[in-house]
Design a protein around this ligand. Structure first.
Ligand code: NAD
Length: 377
């Protein structure tokens, strides 16, 4: 079975879908692994290491795609690349399926078995394949590091002969995977950290990291069966905004990570709340890819408000730590392949009854097969 790993668009994506370590693991399974020269250039993995791991450089992209039984990527494929894939090929990548119905139709028409990493179930069995978590964890870390670099202040308390420097205050909104890592990172750097989430179960996790949990009475919030947050109604959002205004005004850094699975992110930090913040403070909106939590946050651009608050607008913050983001993303893919590998037949066994496959396989045999995205009869 031939596995090809194309290069990503270098202007948009520094991560890669293969490391030398996962190349070695896939070769050991029995896969014939091909990679685009320069694949790991932006994430610090040289071609020579892929070759030493047993992978073969494939300089002819079109020929490599057309010959592949399995394709691994980070980003969704371009339409012209889908047209080159052979029927029955398996394609693993992020696909942004809630916003890309035309792409899914193209993958189905090409008879490709397309797997969406966003849709891998968040279960214990699939934990090793959970790319949303592996990337969100690094994004939470990077958010604190990038905000700190822009702050013009330090985070820890310092008692010096020249006087005492008070610790910075960090407020984290949304304490899922990214938020909890942001809390832990800010604590390690010595900040005084406060956090809020609408899922009540999170309070203990926040406190166990040594942070304070901000109490806001929103009435019934709960969470979905899959562990995701429920959307709030307009009155609950207004109560949340009132409850967070003081925490924002006191904070040197605000990091927002509040997302709703498959839906636009809630708008939580208003222009009025920004106007009440101190000049020089920094806001990082980690929900910017799905619409943003912060009024005025702009993808790809840093915005400074009239009162001197910087809103960092960088998308895909995990790309700023591309070496490790690639390490764990490639490991997620290798875990997926290993789970479905038939060692005797040296091929993938995509059993349609497998619970993980049911969650993340979107197209197969010419149709969109996932119930969430299949055209309604
Ligand atoms: P996410 O990215 O969908 O959302 C981030 C956080 O924002 C969540 O904690 C959510 O509750 C919060 N949020 C939503 N609306 C908000 C609002 N109005 N105000 C404040 N916060 C708000 O979440 P995630 O990090 O992907 O995690 C989702 C769930 O999946 C969690 O329950 C997590 O524990 C669970 N999970 C389970 C596994 C596993 O069991 N293998 C792995 C990873 C995550």
């Amino acid at each position: 079975m031939i596995c090809y790993v194309p290069a990503e668009n270098p202007a948009a994506e520094p991560r890669a879908a293969l490391t030398p370590a996962t190349a070695k693991a896939l070769v050991q399974l029995g896969l014939d692994v091909h990679f685009a020269p320069g694949l790991g250039a932006a994430s610090g993995y040289p071609d020579s290491e892929y070759s030493s791991a047993g992978a073969t450089a494939a300089p002819d992209h079109a020929a490599a795609l057309a010959g592949a039984d399995l394709v691994l990527r980070v980003s969704k494929p371009a339409a012209e690349d889908i047209a080159l894939l052979k029927p029955g090929a398996v394609h693993l990548s992020f696909l942004d399926p809630f916003n890309e119905s035309a792409l899914l139709q193209k993958l189905a028409a090409a008879k490709v078995s397309a797997v969406s990493l966003e849709m891998v179930p968040r279960t214990t069995l699939a934990q090793k394949m959970d790319a949303l978590s592996s990337q969100a964890n690094l994004a939470g870390y990077a958010a604190v590091v990038q905000a700190t670099a822009r702050l013009g202040r330090i985070l820890p308390m310092m008692m010096t002969p020249a006087g005492t420097i008070m610790p910075a205050r960090v407020f984290v909104v949304g304490a899922g995977v990214a938020g909890l890592q942001a809390i832990a990172t800010a604590k390690r750097l010595g900040a005084r950290v406060e956090a809020f989430d609408t899922r009540p179960v999170v309070e203990e996790q926040v406190k166990s990291l040594g942070a304070k949990f901000l109490k806001i009475d929103l009435g019934q919030t709960g969470q979905t069966a899959g562990g995701y947050a429920n959307a709030l109604n307009a009155e609950q959002i207004a109560r949340q905004q009132t409850g967070m205004t003081k925490a924002c005004a006191q904070a040197d850094i605000v990091i927002t990570t509040a997302k709703l699975f498959g839906r636009p992110a809630p708008r939580l930090i208003t222009a009025d709340m920004l106007a009440a913040m101190q000049p020089g403070s920094v806001v990082v909106d980690l929900a910017i890819d799905t619409g943003g939590n912060v009024e005025g946050s702009t993808p790809g651009r840093d915005v400074v408000t009239a009162n001197g608050v910087t809103i960092l607008g960088r998308t895909c913050l995990e790309g700023s730590v591309a070496h490790h983001a690639t390490q764990v993303y490639a490991a997620n893919l290798a875990a997926w392949i290993t789970h479905f590998w038939d060692a005797d037949k040296k091929t993938l066994n995509l059993n349609p009854d497998d619970e993980i496959l049911k969650g993340c396989l979107l197209t197969r045999d010419g149709a969109v097969v996932h119930p969430t995205f299949a055209p309604k009869a």
